[in-house]
Design a protein around this ligand. Structure first.
Ligand code: ADP
Ligand code: MG
Length: 261
């Protein structure tokens, strides 16, 4: 019997994953034979220089994009090879998303945006989910904004709505791509504290792509990418330690480019 993702304490996993874009001379290798797993109940940061493959890895793990080679699992279910309809259904039920640009629907109010994934899935929230949503609205300080539309909210409030929406169904994992990228540093820290507390208080698994060492210092584990590969896999680090690791990586990339020239 094949070893299952859950036996490894993982919530999502990829094996020998490659992703290429384009053909011939234009061909770009975004991910290069990469194997990794996200641990259940942990906050994992994915770091690396611009163009190292962070967003591509997140998109493939979340079923938003398909691998060129290799296998992808969500829990014990292999998702590589699934068709669009099955992937869409799986994303709505089992994955939460938080993006840099918030991605809220402008014509819906706060509660409408939080309920949107249920609407799209055609399955109204259960009693448990309803209670979770009301608790999230309170805990994230959105109670007096519940009837407001996104343009009536600050950036930090909009990102809190996106986080409430991602947490509402109790997904297997939340994928966050630069969630603090559009926020000032104080508001960014509030958002990171909310993500951290979802891990600590309800065991939510989160994978966050970031290039900000301060953001990554909130994580339990940090995967460093360079040129589509994982070059370091570390337990929690301070922002200073992360910065010097990143500096080393950039010098490595620069050095490699210099050697080729
Ligand atoms: P990161 O998020 O770390 O900045 P990406 O995953 O966005 O990196 O990109 C990795 C590499 O793949 C880059 O060289 C990028 O230019 C390339 N790439 C990403 N998406 C596409 C695409 N849709 N078409 C062509 N090349 C792409
Ligand atoms: Mg990116």
């Amino acid at each position: 019997m094949e070893i299952q993702t859950s036996h490894m304490g993982l919530v999502a996993r990829v094996a020998n994953l490659s992703k290429h874009y384009g053909e011939g001379e234009q061909r770009v290798t975004a991910l290069d034979d990469l194997s990794a797993g996200m641990r259940r109940g942990q906050f994992t940061a994915i770091m690396g220089p611009s163009g190292s493959g962070k967003s591509t890895l997140m998109h493939v793990m979340a079923g938003l994009d398909t691998p060129s080679e290799g296998r992808v699992w969500l829990g014990d279910d292999e998702i590589s090879g699934l068709g669009d309809a099955a992937l869409t259904k799986l994303r709505r039920r089992r994955i939460g998303f938080v993006f840099q640009a918030f991605n809220l629907v402008p014509t819906l109010d706060v509660r409408g945006n939080i309920l949107l994934p249920f609407q799209l899935a055609g399955t109204p929230p259960t009693a448990e989910e309803r209670e979770r949503i009301e608790n999230l609205i309170l805990a994230l300080g959105l109670a007096d904004r519940a009837g407001h539309r996104p343009h009536e909210l600050s950036g930090g409030q909009q990102q809190r709505v996106a986080i409430a929406r991602a947490l509402a169904s109790g997904p297997d994992i939340i994928f966050a791509d630069e969630p603090t990228g559009a926020l000032d540093s104080r508001t960014g820290r509030e958002v990171l504290a909310i993500l951290r507390s979802a891990v600590d208080s309800s065991g939510q698994s989160i994978a966050m792509v970031t290039h900000d060492p301060v953001a990554a210092s909130h994580a339990d584990r940090i995967l460093f990418l360079a040129d589509g590969r994982i070059v370091a896999d570390r337990e929690a680090m301070t922002a200073e330690e992360i910065s010097s690791e990143m500096l080393g990586l950039e010098q490595l990339q620069f050095g490699a480019a210099g050697a080729r020239a």
